[in-house]
Ligand binder design. Structure first.
Ligand code: NI
Length: 154
């Protein structure tokens, strides 16, 4: 178990474009494990490698169906835009209304390096688009509009 500190806005690693994974090796497996541990600890529904300081195209997510991993994800097709509320572990305390495609088809590799193609809709499509933004060096502050801060509940 290795929970790594989540990088937050202002850290240059969150702004740079990530390089694709070319080889499935032990260091990638460790990275995936650390990303999953960090995501579940936060807790979050998705995490991209730059959020723990690694400039590589690796995304992990769990939208209630177990841990999933996508390497080098690429959006092939997308549906209509839909606005929804979004937050980010790297932008604590901020929620924004962001328009995202309500359906996407993604191509990439699974954790074993096998090609995969998957379709996502609704919340899952939003999570994937958010994480793919991270791989391009984009944060939610560059999209949509801020939502009023929630009152702190006790
Ligand atoms: Ni995020």
């Amino acid at each position: 178990m290795a929970i790594r500190p989540v990088r937050t806005m202002g850290d240059p690693v969150l702004k740079s474009k990530c390089s694709p994974i070319k080889k499935i090796d032990e260091s990638l497996k460790r990275l995936i494990k650390d990303m999953a541990d960090t995501m579940y600890d936060a807790p979050g529904v998705g995490l991209a490698a730059p959020q723990i300081g690694v400039n590589k195209q690796v995304v992990v997510y769990d939208i209630g169906e177990g841990l999933e991993v996508i390497l080098n994800p690429e959006i092939l097709e997308s549906g209509e835009g839909e606005e929804g509320a979004e937050g980010c572990l790297s932008v604590p305390g901020e929620e924004r209304a962001i328009k995202r495609a309500n359906w996407i088809k993604v191509r990439g590799l699974d954790r074993n390096g096998e090609k995969l193609e998957k379709e996502f809709s609704g919340f899952a499509a939003r999570v994937l688009q958010h994480e793919i933004d991270h791989l391009q060096g984009k944060l939610i502050v560059q999209r949509g509009r801020p939502l009023p801060k929630k009152e702190i509940e006790d």
